[in-house]
Design a binder for this molecule. Structure first.
Ligand code: ZN
Ligand code: ZN
Length: 184
């Protein structure tokens, strides 16, 4: 009982731990996944539940930047510092995060949003390479990209909004659109 009479230890050392950046719940990236699609999944992950790209940018100390990345707008191009700030928050390696962006010297075409439905049937994500300006077809499947729903012709929404992997208007699953893709 004598121990209880001792003055409690100072808590100063522990307060420093409280001040480190909040870490978000980890979400495993898919191979080839675009940063837009990844950030959408990351935000919607239950433990994170962040309503917008802006809310994520705010905790990362990046302001509106992550919201622009979700729209696939990379001008000005993401800096190493910005990627590091986000990487430490979400527990993903900075180089791995950089792989979700177009590589050096590759021009992006952010609109229209493209889809290879055959790829999506295999790995359910939007791939960054689909938006390369010089890419005319999916090299894996030798199929032309889709830019709108094969049923109702609605354009695809930005990949961070692909919650269920289906057309936002008629709910046709992306994977089912593969049979209407043309051999290129
Ligand atoms: Zn494909
Ligand atoms: Zn549709």
């Amino acid at each position: 009982m004598a121990e209880n009479m001792l003055p409690s230890k100072t808590r100063r050392g522990m307060n420093e731990d409280d001040e480190i950046l909040p870490k978000l719940g980890y979400v495993e990236p898919y191979e080839g996944e675009s940063i837009s699609h990844y950030l959408g999944r990351l935000r919607r992950f239950k433990a994170n539940s962040l309503p917008s790209g802006y809310s994520l940018g705010k905790i990362a100390g990046l302001g509106a930047v992550t919201g622009r990345w979700e729209k696939l707008y990379f001008n000005p191009f993401p800096t190493r510092q910005e990627l590091e700030a986000l990487a430490s928050l979400i527990g993903v390696n900075t180089d791995r995060l950089a792989e979700m962006l177009p590589p050096n010297g590759v021009t992006m075409k952010p609109r229209p949003i493209r889809l290879c439905a055959a790829c999506y049937a295999e790995v359910p994500c939007h791939r960054i390479e689909w938006q390369y300006k010089d890419k005319l077809k999916c090299d894996r499947h030798q199929l032309g990209f889709l830019t709108k729903c094969t049923n109702c012709e609605t354009s695809f929404s930005i990949p961070s909004d692909w919650v269920k992997g289906e057309c936002s208007h008629c709910s046709l699953p992306f994977a089912k659109m593969a049979k209407r893709q043309k051999i290129y």
